[in-house]
Write a protein that binds this ligand. Structure first.
Ligand code: PLP
Ligand code: ZN
Length: 481
């Protein structure tokens, strides 16, 4: 349905290269800068004209759209003017992404963590991760290009730690021809659930031995030499869609971001970039009075961004790391493509938010898995990367970086079920040695067989029911009525 209240504002969007500072027209599909190979941001040259409307105008507009039944404005494009105000309503792909719930930590969990905490459950997106936010934007832009250019074939390609490919394949399957999807995965390094997703969506699934960083190199080679549309987060349209996460956080708290701290796991560093960029936009229009603090979290097994910011600001240099196996597998990346964006936004962020408004903490694998188990035992649906955020919050507490008067908002980036194999590994104390994770008995949970198949064979159906029930009674120590 095309709403008749679709916004009339159209921006003047351009690619802006963080390498050579050059600007390029968005009429062409650029993955990286054609001049210097740098990464792009997408900027609306007329953004500041939005400030002609006061903050209260934007707040009430976005609040009104939150109740809209008009699908182009229902998901991430509720914030249309702040994201991609060049799209027409017929371009916008809506599969129910965004608008994910923010769930306060259970009282018992809050007590353990020592600060008020809430998860934003981005696993409740259509393909069960936050990647849908970026894909909805990237595919809407692709549809716009197809319409404008009359293209009859668009082959989308991405390398993935699992969730990017699930999202890309889902959106491609929905949009259909002329758009088709190919995903390139590190063999054996995505979970069976994640592998099932692009297969189910009908994408061509290609595997490469190695880790994500190896797949990324293959995909970059394709982008440099062949006609493909790359959907990795180097694609600036994805970053734009993912800014909606920040907008939604602010909106949920009635645009009051004072004493809030947002925790985000860092892998390829697209998401943390988008979150910072989103809050900066809100601040620029006065929609939020102050920037919430941002805590990036990295595993000690894949921590190049942490290592960069741990150095003396005067002489920092970025070095990719060779990753070790990590339960936060979706963030197991040694050479994040969005690192230049992180540096760019972190600098702006600290200029406005002050020192400490952007930080990166490092956590151990054991703490990541146990962070997830702890959360889920308290009624949450955290994946391992959500667990990484829990571990990051505990680490920040330990280091005295966060105070009990602050509210921590943790990104549960995917649904727990996508990464359930890591829970199995923990419960069976079967983590391969490289992970360095040992099961603590108090957190282990396993099914218990109450009666054997042999006994079932021997007994009549009636006897069997009673015998099984008696075993349950004995196991639970039930009292009679
Ligand atoms: C992609 C992903 C991440 C890492 O996000 P980046 O943007 O690559 O830093 C974290 N968690 C999940 C579940 C993901 O799919
Ligand atoms: Zn450039």
């Amino acid at each position: 349905m095309i709403p008749n209240d679709f916004p009339s504002y159209r921006g003047k969007m351009e690619y802006f290269c963080l390498g050579c500072q050059e600007r390029f027209d968005i009429g062409a599909l650029h993955y990286t800068c054609p001049k210097c190979g740098g990464v792009f941001l997408l900027e609306d040259d007329w953004f500041d004209s939005l400030a002609e409307n006061p903050p209260v105008y934007w707040k009430s507009l976005f609040d009104k759209r939150a109740a809209s039944k008009n699908t182009p404005l229902r998901g991430i494009f509720r914030f249309y003017e702040l994201m991609a105000p060049i799209l027409e309503p017929q371009d916008i792909v809506y599969l129910g992404e965004g608008n994910t719930p923010i769930i306060e930590a259970s009282p018992a969990l809050s007590k353990i963590l020592g600060v008020p905490m809430a998860f934003k459950n981005d696993g409740q997106n259509p393909s069960a991760s936050f990647k849908d936010r970026g894909m909805a934007c990237a595919f809407s832009y692709l549809k716009h290009l197809v319409r404008a250019n009359g293209w009859d074939q668009v082959l989308t390609v991405c390398a993935s730690t699992g969730d990017t490919s699930a999202a890309a394949a889902l959106y491609a399957a929905y949009v259909g021809p002329p758009i088709t999807s190919v995903v390139i995965l590190p063999q054996g390094k995505v979970t069976p659930q994640q592998l099932a997703q692009p297969l189910g969506s009908g994408a061509v699934v290609l595997e490469v031995p190695g880790v994500f960083d190896d797949c990324m190199k293959v995909v970059e080679h394709l982008a440099d030499n062949y006609r493909v549309a790359l959907l990795n987060s180097k694609n600036a349209w994805r970053i734009l869609g993912q800014e909606s996460y920040a907008f939604e956080v602010a909106q949920w708290y009635d645009w009051d971001t004072y004493r809030k701290a947002v925790f985000v796991p860092i892998g390829n560093a697209g998401n943390v970039t988008a979150v910072m960029s989103g809050f900066l936009k809100l601040k620029r229009l006065g929609i939020i009075p102050s920037l919430p603090r941002i805590f990036g979290v990295q595993s000690a097994h894949a921590d190049p961004v942490y290592r960069y910011y741990a150095q003396d600001p005067a002489g920092r240099s970025f070095e990719p790391v060779k990753v070790q196996p990590s339960a936060a597998q979706a963030a197991m990346i040694g050479n994040p493509v969005s690192f230049p964006r992180v540096r760019h936004f972190a600098e702006q962020y600290e200029k406005i938010g002050g020192p400490g408004s952007f930080q990166v903490v490092q956590v151990e694998e054991q703490a990541i898995v146990e962070g997830m188990l702890l959360a889920n035992r308290h009624g949450h649906i955290s994946c391992t990367q959500g667990g990484e955020c829990v571990a990051g919050l505990l680490r920040a507490r330990e280091l005295g970086l966060i105070e009990p008067s602050e509210t921590a908002i943790l990104d549960a980036t995917a649904h727990s079920l996508k990464f359930i194999g890591f829970q199995d590994m923990y419960f069976n104390d079967a983590f391969p040695a490289e992970y360095g994770v040992k099961a603590d008995k108090s957190l282990v949970n396993k099914p218990e067989l109450v009666i054997t198949a042999d006994e079932k064979e021997r007994l009549s159906p009636e006897e069997y029911t009673v015998a099984a029930a008696e075993k349950v009674v004995a196991r639970l120590g039930l009292a009679g009525k």
